[in-house]
Ligand binder design. Sequence first.
Ligand SMILES: [Zn+2]
Length: 328
Amino acid sequence: MTLKHIAGMASQTRFCGHVLSQLEKLNFRSTSLRVLAFHRIGNPAMKSDYYPGLISTSPERFCEQLDYLAAQKNVVSMDQAMESIQGKTDLPKRAVLLTFDDATRDFAEYAWPELQKRNLPATVFVPTSYPDNSKIHFWWDRLYRAIYRAPDGTVISIGNDKHVLGTFSQRKSVFRYLKEHLKTLSHAEFQQAMESITSACNVPDPDHNNVMSWSELISLQKSGVTLAPHTQTHPMLNQLNAAEVTAEVTGSWQDLKSVLQGEIPKVLAYPAGGVNAETELVLKNCGYELAFTTRRGVNPLPATNCFRLNRINVGQRTTLGLLRLQLL
Ligand SMILES: [Zn+2]
């Protein structure tokens, strides 16, 4: 029986719900921190220019999740989390930190109004080359548009592989394959492969991306959102050399610093979780204090490694029962 089956039962039967409630009471030690990672909030069935797989949850389910968190957990701010991760202060029991990667527009539209209603703090990780820049697009959105909108019969050649685009289900499997394959390439090979795919498909980029503008980010910060660096161009840092990593992480922090008020936390979320020992070292040398991976897990307090903090990803299959189990 999988975790998802148990979660499904927990949400459906009174008995399992009761067991989950008892486990929640027993299991939540004050010496640990759970960090939830969201991407976009929206409806995956709606036609869009953007890859729907990056939607974490619908607005309705998001509200359900927030109601649970507000009632049962202590949602803490990034400042509180930083101090406790570094062993300077304690956190309340059942502490949870909410993080949102990529700073897409739906955060301002759906997420922040609901967070504000419940008085819950949140941190948004911003890829700082994207705001107000119509020439830069997330690679997964470009790949999605290319594969699903190219004419029938389009041939994509990657190395010795050839993919001919046709039916919807066949495009779906090509998209899935390429999305995973691209992540295995070096940065230069990745750029070359994307160039080859997009030119074969010949689908133009829209004249906008879905990242919030600087004026939207400024107003969010004024209303209490913590904004933190997510690099400038969103590369996987473990595929870059030290000089390139330095430029991405110092540039991203400086971009935020030059536009926003007050202190910008020296906290990074690694794009796509890409990190190795060299990346960590560069971050430390650049004065960063913490960094979040995409690896699932709970963080002991103080953290054993401040540059490999775990998060719990919220995805479209994350029912409330599964979220409760994952937070145990
Ligand atoms: Zn990201």
